[in-house]
Design a protein around this ligand. Structure first.
Ligand code: CTP
Length: 467
């Protein structure tokens, strides 16, 4: 059987390790992902001794360059073909309480593995013997049981690097694993450290949130963030949606649980994380706008507009890329607008106005609207879906008509002048317009012969009226 830890690049590095007399191990996410049969091109190598020295030899023999070297941390990076090869010296690492900057001491394999975040990431495979997986913390069993657990006391592991609180939830969401109860309690207890000054940068926290949104079912991670109290620190506007009741034809759950379902629904139909993010925040202003109206129940007047106005601050707080702000803002602002357009008697211009406002975001807006249907009642589901089908059909029809508006009468100005015996004048334009309108209204087909025949029919009336 082919060893899962052998491929061309790993074979090359193994050879280089033997030739240069270094003990080198595969570690981290690559080992985990190969066991889980997930694709991975980021390969972490742990080196006993100075990894930067080994990486230099490796780069030379691979006829490439080192892309980064951090002598002080004993790490180096080589981008080679599709691979990102990261070399780190086996080390003991202790973080100062008030800083992410670790104090590094080179050490042995056991120390290195025990300072890692989770047992599933603390496996090592010696390049000298890739048949043997070194598993000091039962990581293989945890992979099999689908469990996220820290190798040491969880409070110590999270204290060393509080970002691991987000990583635990992100791995649970990405891999659909459970967080072991003691690890979960520690997350709950230590969540506040994510927001302590200068401990974890906002960019790293947001990166994990985005990875959660990228999971197949983002609600797993989002719900864990809420249940563990992490959401209160990282994204409090989402936490406040929990417990906000809503009773209406469209919704039956509290706003937070409804939102989770909408996010999952968008994830089913699109890989675009900004559509998923828009789903996460589409009802963000509901807690603020909630009013109880006798006989109607809870109302949330203006929540789409107020939500759209809240989003800039959220983008700034989370340090999200500002080039996505308009997109998210627009989707929040417009997410209720399509609903009444399925009613009888809606004019083309109402449809046209929405299409113009949504612009190129119209298809995503319709995706969000469809994802927003979370009713458990199959009859209602059917009706709402049919309404959106109807609206989308109308939009297409209007767009087709609008495409026609840019067209020219099949009988051109020159010919109109010749047939009607006219010089260039306003009358020519009036006749041409009348032919075009007749086509748009469906009175005649958009064809030359029909247009010419129609011209003969209307010309005298029009010319008499103009005189
Ligand atoms: N690691 C850690 N604590 C962190 C970050 C990383 O202990 N805060 C360790 C883990 O052993 C991890 C390895 O460093 O497996 C590599 O880190 P990274 O590349 O960030 O994560 P991966 O596990 O490879 O997973 P992914 O690529 O999905 O982030």
């Amino acid at each position: 059987m082919k060893n899962i830890f052998k491929n061309t690049i790993i074979n090359k590095i193994s050879k280089i390790a033997v030739e240069n007399n270094f003990d080198v191990f595969l570690v981290g996410g690559y080992v985990r992902d190969r066991i889980l049969e997930l694709p991975s091109t980021d390969i972490d190598f742990m080196v006993l001794g100075d990894a930067t020295e080994f990486a230099e030899s490796a780069a030379k023999q691979l006829k490439t360059n080192l892309d980064a070297v951090y002598k002080k941390f004993g790490t180096a990076l080589i981008n080679y073909k599709e691979y990102k090869l990261e070399f780190s010296s086996a080390r003991k690492e202790s973080y100062k309480k008030d800083s992410r900057k670790p104090k590094i001491e080179f050490s042995n394999l056991e120390d290195d593995l025990s300072r890692r975040d989770f047992t599933i990431n603390a496996l090592a495979v010696p390049l000298s013997n890739p048949e043997k997986i070194i598993d000091l913390f039962d990581g293989l069993k945890d992979i099999e049981k689908k469990v996220i657990r820290t190798p040491l006391d969880p409070e110590r592991t999270f204290d060393d690097d509080p970002l691991r609180i987000m990583r635990a939830i992100r791995f649970a969401s990405q891999l659909e694993f459970q967080i072991e109860p003691e690890t979960f309690s520690a997350i709950n207890k230590m969540a506040y450290r994510l927001k302590e000054d200068k401990v974890v940068s906002q960019e790293r926290i947001t990166n994990e949130l985005i990875l959660i949104l990228k999971s197949k079912k983002p609600s797993i991670g989002l719900d864990l963030m809420y249940l563990s109290g992490v959401m209160d620190y990282v994204f409090p506007e989402i936490s406040t949606m929990a417990g906000v009741d809503q009773t209406s034809a469209y919704h039956h759950k509290d706003v937070f649980h409804h939102t989770l379902q909408v996010v999952d629904n968008t994830a089913k139909i699109s890989d675009d994380i900004w559509l998923r993010f828009a789903a996460l925040v589409h009802d963000i202003a509901k807690p603020k706008t909630k009013r109880f109206v006798e006989g109607t129940g809870w109302t949330f007047h203006g929540h789409s507009e107020i939500g759209a106005r809240m989003i800039k601050k959220i983008f700034n707080n989370l340090k999200l890329p500002l080039n996505k702000l308009n997109y998210v803002e627009k989707l929040i602002r417009l997410h209720l607008r399509p609903i009444p357009l399925s009613e009888e008697g809606v004019t083309d211009s109402a449809i046209r106005r929405l299409a113009a406002e949504a612009g190129e975001e119209l298809p995503d807006l319709m995706k969000l609207c469809r994802a927003d249907i979370t009713s458990k009642n199959p009859e209602k589901m059917k009706r709402f879906i049919a309404n959106y089908d109807k609206i989308e059909k109308r939009i297409l029809e209007v767009q087709e008509k609008d495409d026609l508006r840019n067209f020219q009468s099949p009988v051109r100005g020159e010919e109109i002048m010749e047939i009607c015996n006219l010089h260039p004048s306003k009358a020519v334009g009036t006749i041409k317009k009348a032919i075009e309108e007749a086509i748009l209204e469906g009175i005649i087909p958009n064809e030359y012969d029909a247009a010419k025949e129609y011209l003969y029919k209307i010309k005298d009336d029009i010319l008499n009226n103009i005189k």
